[in-house]
Design a protein around this ligand. Structure first.
Ligand code: TXE
Length: 497
């Protein structure tokens, strides 16, 4: 099969001058500096974007604050939900344009862009739309003395926290932005988004659709630029009440520290990890391999919840790695714009270099590279999907997040050893157990230190189910009703009558 034809609207959008989206208007900003957007499948520049500075940060934060106290505060909860629903409709109506743009910028295979970046984003918006009218407090019986017959009552209100700064990574530039935006807007907050400098384009188009959906100006703003240049200005801005961040642990720590130091600003940090997938001995080899492919290799492994440490019963190890090598060698690697592509390039050059250095590290430490471990010839940032057999739990690839298509494998003998190896990490975002013995899986689940545990599946998220990390993998939860606590402040009101 060959590449799909790019829509005219995609080509036209790429040719525009890009900058920021503030108070309902696309602007270029005051800085002269631009940065390039590189198509990771070709290594070629496809657009440029103006770098933001203090002026754009201030303009966006002021616009978000004015909308928070003005138009958005005057929009009823039901109408806020209607706005999110109309935006979902428009995402679907413009689905192909958004998916093509995203695949060009991120290297995501087009089918995944359609399904996750657009389809799932619309579902998340619809889920959050329902919550906008269901955010409630509690009432209380008060035990204060009544000397002259006076009575008391008390209740709590959940009030929107204010202007939220959303810092977005490059792996799901629409969907993760929608997670933050949906939660903020449903709660009555307004938002300033800072996309990744690698993938800043598609969300600019989404902001235009938000205006078409009737979301008032200033409710959604976007400032583009490098994190190092504008990250701290956004966090320290007096109008910033909360920061919601998804990205690496290292940057998440900087963001969290800075938010605390800048006046105990609230944070939701969804960080990386070194997620484990464990297969119990009752699983047949074929099923184990299907599970590994689902858990570790979708979208080149560039999913924060994906598994990178694979624990296999020693009796199955050789057969599993042989079959997995066969399946990886049959995988169709190629253009993200080819509908039959199963694996595209890594998302950017810096990440590609990091993955190549991880291959080297594995070799230096004497790990066996069972399959892959090299860059593919030709243009673009392509690498082979890779299988590494670790020597021990101490190997770098059993401990450091690669965020790439590298599964690292270790065998185990018994359940106790397995649980202790799974938990021996400073991270705790997700884990999976694969077995037909449900009672064993349920007993083991309660001992796993992770914010999300799957049984016989991995990586799938649903807007109704809270998502977030234990330990160094984060603070706070997205989705479910759990998000409400993180986007509202609790106010207690007591009345004497
Ligand atoms: O991520 P960062 P990068 C991992 C992955 C990758 C590595 C680096 O292994 O190779 O991180 O990728 C903004 N203040 N993950 O550099 O730094 C930045 O501009 C405020 C895992 O892209 O975490 C971007 O918008 N913001 C991960 C966002 O933070 C700052 C997803 C994320 O960038 C900032 C992505 C600062 N000082 C990468 N510095 C996951 N697990 O989900 C940067 N940023």
């Amino acid at each position: 099969m060959s590449e799909i034809n790019l829509l005219e609207s995609v080509t036209a959008f790429l040719q525009r001058s890009h900058g920021h989206y503030i108070n309902g208007v696309s602007i270029l900003g005051q800085e002269n500096e631009t940065f390039s957007i590189i198509n990771p499948a070709s290594g070629e520049m496809i657009a440029t974007v103006n770098q933001g500075g203090e002026a754009e940060v201030d303009q966006a934060m002021q616009a978000a604050s004015a909308a928070f106290h003005g138009a958005w505060a005057q929009t009823s909860p039901i109408e806020r939900g209607n706005c999110l629903n109309r935006l979902a409709d428009l995402l679907l109506k413009n689905s192909e344009e958004l998916a093509q743009l995203e695949s060009l910028c991120s290297g995501k295979p087009i089918q995944l862009s359609r399904m996750l970046e657009v389809g799932a984003s619309a579902d998340y918006l619809r889920y959050f739309s329902g919550w906008s009218s269901k955010i409630t407090g509690e009432t209380f019986n008060v035990s204060l003395p009544s000397l002259k017959g006076e009575k008391y009552s008390a209740f709590t209100r959940r009030e929107p926290i204010g202007v939220v700064v959303g810092i977005i990574p490059w792996n799901f530039s629409i969907m993760i932005a929608i997670w933050k935006l949906g939660a903020a807007l449903a709660s009555g907050c307004t938002i300033v988004l800072k996309p990744s400098e690698y993938t800043p384009l598609t969300i600019l188009r989404v902001a235009e659709l938000a205006k078409e959906a009737g979301i008032p100006d200033g409710v959604i703003n976007i400032v583009n630029g490098s994190g190092a240049r504008i990250g701290s200005s956004l966090i320290s801005h007096p109008q910033c009440a909360k920061v919601t961040f998804t990205g690496s642990v290292a940057t998440g720590m900087i963001v969290g520290k800075s938010a605390l130091e800048q006046g105990l600003k609230r944070t939701t940090l969804e960080l990386g990890g070194k997620n484990a997938a464990a297969f119990l001995p009752d699983m047949p080899v074929e099923k184990i391999v299907d599970g590994i492919l689902e858990a570790g290799y979708v979208y080149q492994g560039q999913i924060c919840a994906a598994a990178e440490r694979f624990y296999i019963p020693s009796v199955h190890m050789d057969a599993v790695l042989t079959l997995l090598s066969e399946r990886l060698s049959a995988m169709k690697i190629g253009s993200p714009l080819d509908e039959s592509t199963e694996m595209g390039p890594l998302a950017n050059k810096a990440h590609y270099d990091k993955i190549l250095s991880m291959f080297e590290k594995a070799r230096k430490e004497g790990c066996e590279i069972v399959y892959g471990g090299y860059a593919l010839e030709g243009p673009g940032f392509f690498v082979a999907p890779t299988i590494v057999k670790a020597n021990s739990a101490e190997d770098t690839l059993m401990n450091e997040e690669t965020f790439g298509p590298i599964g690292t494998f270790l065998s185990y003998e018994d359940e106790e050893e397995l649980i202790s190896m799974m938990n021996a990490t400073p991270f705790g975002l997700s884990a999976s157990l694969w077995t037909n013995d449900m009672s064993k899986a349920m007993r083991m689940t309660s001992r796993i230190e992770a914010g999300f545990v799957w049984i016989n599946m991995h990586t799938f998220l649903d807007p109704a189910v809270p998502f977030g990390g234990w330990k160094s993998s984060g603070i706070g939860r997205e989705f479910g009703s759990a998000f409400i606590e993180h986007y509202t402040e609790l106010k207690s009101v007591m009345v004497r009558y």
